[in-house]
Design a protein. Structure first.
Length: 313
């Protein structure tokens, strides 16, 4: 009987210190699952250190290691997409190279999928945020609350990209050809039965995080824009509300002037009102501009990533 294959997709950006440790930990776990073959696909996302050299050295030592290298940095979303497209396995897992995704969960994930044909995907979520800055944890939880109220797609608080999927789930994700990708939302959008495994947050094994507060903020905005049009509705409501307030204030000023002979107040109050209304206008224009920019990028039909080399070429 032919063994099934698990593909592990790992997006890498400046991870030369983490990769040897990751390789050792993950291969040890995969080799303990006797009933499967495996491949580990490293996607080098335009790293500026020796990440590609480390990957090539691992490939020379172990032919289960495959790799894709981009011509420049295209971002984690592009790297995950390339890995999914390159994977050949019956099951495909997404992992980070820093070992914050516990490799020891892989056998349990595989057992769940093997034993229960109704489960299509086993995903993971953090139940603690130990070691994470409090301000980042606060805004992260706030993001999940906002997007779950604004979008029909449910995102689980603490959800990681780390998951093991059947081939039909992977094919469904690959069928979504949008340029602006927000994978956490796409995983939920395609549906399928998902079982969640919980684990406590782990520190990076080596190196430094590539996600600054600002980059996470931008990523959150992309998620909101990709899976909800509620911000546009909010902008319209704010516009209507301020028109009503302005109309009421005009009536109040006319009545006060005609009946009580009360002159209008001086310029300080006027300047405050102008600044407030202008700020609201710019805010609403910013929301519209964000949606327009995403539409503009989609219509260009540019490739999501460009491959420089692979283990096959």
């Amino acid at each position: 009987m032919k063994k099934e294959t698990i593909s592990i997709v790992v997006a890498c950006y400046n991870e030369e210190e983490s990769l040897p440790l990751f390789y050792e930990a993950v291969t040890k776990v995969l080799e303990s699952i006797k009933k499967i073959n495996y491949e580990i696909i490293f996607v080098n996302d335009g790293s500026k250190d020796k990440t590609l050299k480390v990957i090539k050295d691992l490939h020379e030592k172990d032919k289960n290691i495959r790799y894709v290298s981009f011509s420049r940095n295209f971002g984690k979303e592009a790297a995950m997409l390339a890995g999914l497209e390159y994977a050949k396995g019956d099951y495909v897992a997404l992992m980070d190279a820093d070992l914050q995704d516990p490799p020891e969960l892989i056998p349990k994930m595989f057992d769940i999928l093997e034993c229960d044909s109704d489960i299509d995907c086993v995903a993971t979520r953090r139940v603690t945020r130990k070691g994470e800055p409090p301000i980042r944890s606060f805004f992260s939880r706030l993001f999940y609350k906002l997007i779950n109220k604004m979008s029909k797609v449910l995102l689980v608080d603490g959800a990681r990209d780390y998951r093991l999927m059947r081939r039909n789930v992977v094919n469904a994700i690959l069928s979504l050809e949008e340029y602006n990708r927000f994978s956490k939302g796409l995983f939920s959008f395609v549906g399928f039965n998902t079982k969640w495994l919980e684990f406590e947050n782990k520190e990076r094994i080596a190196g430094e995080t590539k996600w600054s507060f600002f980059s996470l903020f931008k990523y959150a905005i992309e998620g909101l824009v990709a899976f909800s049009t509620v911000p546009l509705t909010i902008a319209a409501i704010i516009g209507i509300l301020f028109c009503l307030i302005a109309f009421i204030m005009i009536i109040v000023i006319i009545v006060k002037t005609l009946i009580f002979g009360d002159p209008t107040s001086g310029w300080p109050s006027m300047i405050c009102i102008i600044f407030l209304v202008s700020g609201i206008q710019l805010f609403c224009l910013g929301i519209i501009g964000e949606y327009l920019s995403k539409t503009y990028l989609e219509t260009k039909k540019r490739p999501i990533y460009i491959i420089k080399e692979t283990d096959e070429n």
